[in-house]
Design a protein around this ligand. Structure first.
Ligand code: DP6
Length: 349
């Protein structure tokens, strides 16, 4: 016999960034973060997990290619889930798995991204969230979404925020064992559904410094990171929650842009400095800043993760359409810039 479960999970984009760990093994952050989860139609991972007595080892395929599960992050997630597995019964198929059987049974996992991995867009967030959620379904875990988010966190920090739609906060927690470092939903996907997210793919090259090693270098060398985590982010998180509750776009945009810029300032303050944005990224920032100023109040927010691609959040569909037109005019595909494609997240949250 074989028993399967499938789940689909969108990626999320941080508007208050997570950058820096206080525990690298458990993936515990130095500050809270807030993100918006994208619409699953655009950037998402679909994962099918299967169990069968005929499987002789745990195996995983990503976009059709087998990958190793020996890394600590996969092992931590699998161990945490197995230890919480419950009895499962499928009367139709005559299958009964008892709690104690899960330790001996092996899993096959097949995961697909609906966007090219080569596009340089974050995939680990959706990937680990989807892995944890699909396994929790298969093994009948009784944990709620926040408790599951604390398991996904051990795969990749940002993954914990993809267990919910809408706007999500990852509470950093205080406990050494990480039990209180988990995600909660601030508002659901209907709360602010006029926002539209456009991702301008500036470069599809793999980033040179991974988030994991970049944040390690920042924690070890950047004084600005310490100041940001202690003095800036706690206040900013409160202001951001208020802006989201009130659907206050000017405050939301100001905080989002400022936080992205400070995250990249921390990268520059690291030794050796880390450059994630390129000239095209900088030109997009200048362009959006100028446009927002000429309109008298912000129409678009920008944020950049550990790479040069711009995530642009427009206040409504009309602004998004104008933005797309302007981007195509100022940064035509295949021009001397390497801004080569756009992914439009229509009504993306
Ligand atoms: C810049 O979650 O990819 O996107 O926990 O080491 O897997 P690990 O890092 P990851 O870092 C994401 C960093 C970021 C900001 C954010 O998503 O909050």
């Amino acid at each position: 016999w074989i028993l399967m479960a499938t789940a689909q999970t969108p990626t999320n984009i941080a508007v208050i960034k997570y950058w820096g760990k206080r525990d690298e093994n458990l993936i515990l952050p130095v500050n809270d973060s807030i993100s918006v989860t994208l619409d699953p139609d655009h950037l998402c991972t679909t994962t099918t997990v299967a169990v069968s007595p005929s499987f002789d080892q745990d195996r995983m395929w990503l976009n059709g290619k087998e990958i190793s599960l020996s890394g600590g992050r996969y092992q931590n997630c699998l161990r945490e889930i197995r230890s919480r597995a419950c009895d499962v019964e499928d009367k139709e198929k005559g299958i009964k798995i008892e709690k104690k059987d899960w330790e001996k049974l092996h899993l096959h996992i097949a995961s697909y991204n609906n966007f090219p991995t080569a596009a340089g867009l974050a995939s680990s967030a959706a990937g680990f969230a989807c892995l944890v959620f699909s396994l929790a379904k298969l093994m009948n875990l009784k944990e709620n979404q926040s408790q599951l988010s604390a398991i996904a966190r051990q795969g990749s920090g940002s993954a914990c925020r993809s267990l919910f739609g809408g706007f999500v906060k990852w509470i950093m927690g205080k406990e050494d064992n990480g039990s209180d470092s988990l995600a909660v939903q601030l508002v659901d996907e209907e709360h602010w559904n006029e926002l539209v997210i456009i991702i301008a793919v500036v470069s599809s090259r793999q980033k040179e410094t991974s988030s994991t090693s970049g944040m390690r270098e920042s924690v070890q060398t950047s004084l600005l990171l310490q100041h940001r985590a202690k003095e800036i982010v706690p206040k900013r998180v409160v202001q951001m929650e208020k802006a989201i509750q009130n659907r206050d776009f000017p405050s939301f945009a100001q905080l989002t842009c400022a936080d992205s810029n400070q995250f990249h300032a921390v990268c520059l303050d690291s030794s050796p400095p880390i450059f994630y944005m390129n000239d095209t990224s900088h030109r997009i920032i200048s362009y959006v800043e100028k446009w927002n100023r000429s309109e008298g109040s912000p129409q678009v927010a920008y944020t950049f993760d550990a790479g040069p691609n711009a995530v642009l959040i427009a206040r409504n569909r009309k602004v998004a359409a104008q933005l797309l037109q302007k981007l195509l005019f100022f940064f035509p595909p295949n021009s001397d810039t390497d801004l080569n494609s756009y992914v439009l997240g229509d009504n993306s949250i």
